[in-house]
Design a protein around this ligand. Structure first.
Ligand code: CDP
Length: 207
């Protein structure tokens, strides 16, 4: 079981998918669970300031995983607000633990995989990059998906989201004590993937 955590747009999703492919493991992007709840709540006109309404939105059977809106900054921002609710996190935890505990292992990426979802993971990475680089990458990603994006707005959104994710009381974004830090600021995609594979292989070898 490999845990990949990190702040917004750090490249953890790309790295987690590549690790899954390299090691032949299934992958779960746990941010998509929170995004699906956020989109559900938004579509149905629910109030994100209400924990009760956010919890009702956890019944996400109606969300299409390929909906490009899931990646929009509006949905990202709602996701980071509703993810602070203890009841929302509990409602989504079982699904993540089951996926993490499947025989043969899995790769999960998110904010609290190494600290809460799978504290016994065989290898943990904490992926980060400077906030300017993360904002630049997110703008390119959004434009590539046909969604609107402006650097200044994205930078502010990312900073606000990191702040909320790090300061919430329940399962805050944090590097687990036994997680290996991977700063991708100076690395391109292939370089970041190669470094992630090297770190995980090194960690698995000493176990
Ligand atoms: O792709 P990006 O890093 O921007 O975001 P994401 O991983 O899709 O997560 C969206 C939001 O969901 C985050 O800002 C967190 O507030 C929340 N989240 C969380 O609380 N716990 C997780 N394990 C994953 C995401």
């Amino acid at each position: 079981m490999i845990a990949v955590d990190g702040p917004a747009a750090s490249g953890k999703g790309t790295i987690a998918r590549a690790l899954a492919k390299h090691f032949g493991l299934p992958h779960m992007d746990t941010g998509m669970l929170y995004r699906a709840v956020a989109l559900n709540l938004w579509r149905w006109g629910g109030d994100m300031a209400s924990e009760f309404e956010a919890l009702r939105a956890c019944d996400v059977a109606a969300v299409d995983p390929d909906d490009p809106e899931l990646r929009s900054e509006a949905v990202s921002s709602i996701a980071s607000r509703i993810s602070a609710y203890q009841s929302v996190r509990s409602a989504l935890l079982d699904r993540q633990r089951q996926f993490a505990g499947q025989p043969g292992g899995a790769v999960l990426d998110g904010r609290d995989i190494g600290t809460v979802v799978a504290p016994d993971a065989a290898a943990k990475l904490f992926v980060t990059a400077s906030v300017e680089i993360r904002a630049k990458r997110r703008v390119a990603e959004l434009l590539g998906r046909g969604l609107p994006a402006h650097f200044d707005d994205v930078l502010i959104d990312i900073q606000a989201r990191d702040e909320r994710d790090m300061s919430r009381a329940t399962a805050p974004l944090a590097q687990a004590a036994d997680a290996l830090l991977l700063d991708t600021s100076a690395l391109d995609v292939d370089g970041a993937i190669a470094e992630a594979v090297r770190l995980v292989e090194e960690r698995l070898a000493v176990r």
